[in-house]
Design a protein around this ligand. Structure first.
Ligand SMILES: NC(=O)c1ccc[n+]([C@@H]2O[C@H](COP(=O)([O-])OP(=O)(O)OC[C@H]3O[C@@H](n4cnc5c(N)ncnc54)[C@H](O)[C@@H]3O)[C@@H](O)[C@H]2O)c1
Length: 384
């Protein structure tokens, strides 16, 4: 007779997730939803993988099996309409965000949306207002907020450890548009593809962006239309000088044409008492300098993977480091808890207000570059 005992079922409440998209981000979000139940233990709830949609029947059916979703469809409306879906998670191309997420809000679903929240600031603001009015939880996927090193920098700055901020520089560089491969892959350009992540880090770490002066270039992308003749932004690089609330001046730049820069989201913030610096290409490390007036002072490299570091705590023992996917896992675990316990999504996670604000900064940068003037970013009302 076997001494093996039957396993107790996981009786935590299930929060149903429905996805639009099974590509790169569909895989990253599915990976997060499948990992959360055993890493965030005991946790207050577990994600239930209810439904997934995509364009191609055979591929979406295969993705449903591979990722573990109970149902699939080639029409995202079926996911929105599914009674067991509590959270609609849009991980489709940029132009699917606004229509599908708005339909989900109207159906009373909590909503997660990949960045950019919408291709235009007007649509992004409309989504933020609609989500507020419906009283649903909302999250824009600025996943880099959920790296332990970024969280620690946020804490250090908020505690006043680097003093008053004097200067702040942010950049996001990639190389993949350097040799164009025909038609543009996206209706949006560098600012909306990667610039919004740098804008969001700047807002998180330094404060609200009040005005922007920008130059935009497009040395490689010469067409303003995608395959199928869809209009597309022609933006390969953008350089912005931004004014933060409180008077700090900073710079934010982004480029899709920087050979050797595989995925470099990086920043440095200098204050009266010290500095902090981070680079996604070395994501576990926060560089910290504290002014001490000694001959040995300088930047110190801290591996932010200790159990005392909030976002590292659920993971591995000291300095058994994390990867890119952990940002998404930590982010969706936070959102799951917010839904399950009716707690706030912000201010640490990015809500639709943060998504809309990033889009407004992009819009201001585009206008500034067009008109050759500094542009104020309009105030956006609302909170979490
Ligand atoms: N946060 C990040 O780190 C990050 C990284 C890359 C991309 N993104 C964002 O994520 C989003 C998706 O990018 P991706 O790289 O995963 O794209 P992708 O091309 O790999 O996948 C897109 C998916 O959407 C599906 N899809 C397209 N149109 C659809 C429709 N009308 N109905 C249902 N499904 C549809 C496709 O079948 C595919 O599964 C984009 O908005 C992008 O900006 C975010």
């Amino acid at each position: 007779v076997s001494a093996l005992q039957d396993t107790r079922p996981d009786d935590r409440p299930g929060i149903g997730f429905g996805l639009l998209g099974y590509g790169f981000m569909g895989k990253a979000h599915s990976n997060a939803l499948r990992t959360i139940p055993y890493i965030f233990w005991p946790g207050v709830a577990r994600p239930a993988l209810v439904a997934i949609s995509g364009r191609t029947e055979a591929s979406v059916a295969e993705a449903a099996t591979r990722y573990g979703f109970a149902r699939w469809s080639t029409d995202w409306q079926d996911v929105v309409d599914d009674d067991e879906v509590d959270v609609f998670d849009c991980v489709g191309p940029d132009d699917t965000h606004a229509p599908s997420v708005m339909a989900a809000i109207r159906a009373g679903k909590h909503v997660v949306c990949e960045k950019p929240l919408a291709p235009t600031a007007e649509e992004a603001v409309e989504l933020a207002r609609a989500a507020d009015a419906a009283g649903v939880k909302h999250l824009t996927c600025f996943n880099y907020r959920f790296m332990p090193a970024v969280q620690l920098a946020h804490q250090i700055i908020a505690n006043g450890e680097i003093g008053e901020i004097h200067q702040a520089r942010f950049r996001y560089s990639q190389e993949w548009r350097t040799d164009p491969d025909g038609a543009l892959p996206s209706p949006v350009g560098a600012l909306n593809i990667i610039g919004v992540h740098a804008i969001d880090q700047a807002r998180l770490l330094v404060g609200e962006i009040e005005n922007v002066s920008a130059l935009i270039t497009s040395p490689v992308t010469t067409e303003s239309r995608m395959a199928g003749d869809q209009p597309a932004e022609r933006i390969d690089t953008a350089a912005m000088v931004v004014g933060f609330a409180g008077g700090v001046a900073g710079t934010i730049d982004c480029s899709l044409v920087s050979p050797g820069r595989k995925n470099q989201l990086a920043w440095e913030i200098n204050g009266s008492k010290g500095s902090v610096a981070w680079d996604l290409e070395d994501l576990n490390v926060l560089r910290i300098h504290r002014r001490g007036g000694t001959d040995t002072e300088g930047f110190t490299k801290v591996i932010v993977n200790e159990s005392s570091h909030r976002l590292a705590a659920p993971w591995w023992p000291s300095a058994h480091i994390l990867g890119w996917e952990h940002g998404h896992i930590n982010m969706l675990a936070h959102f799951l808890e917010a839904v399950a316990t009716d707690s706030p999504v912000g201010p640490y996670a990015a809500t639709f207000h943060d998504g809309a604000r990033a889009s407004q900064v992009v819009a201001a940068a585009m206008r500034s570059a067009d008109e050759g003037v500094r542009v104020d970013v309009p105030a956006l009302e609302g909170g979490d």
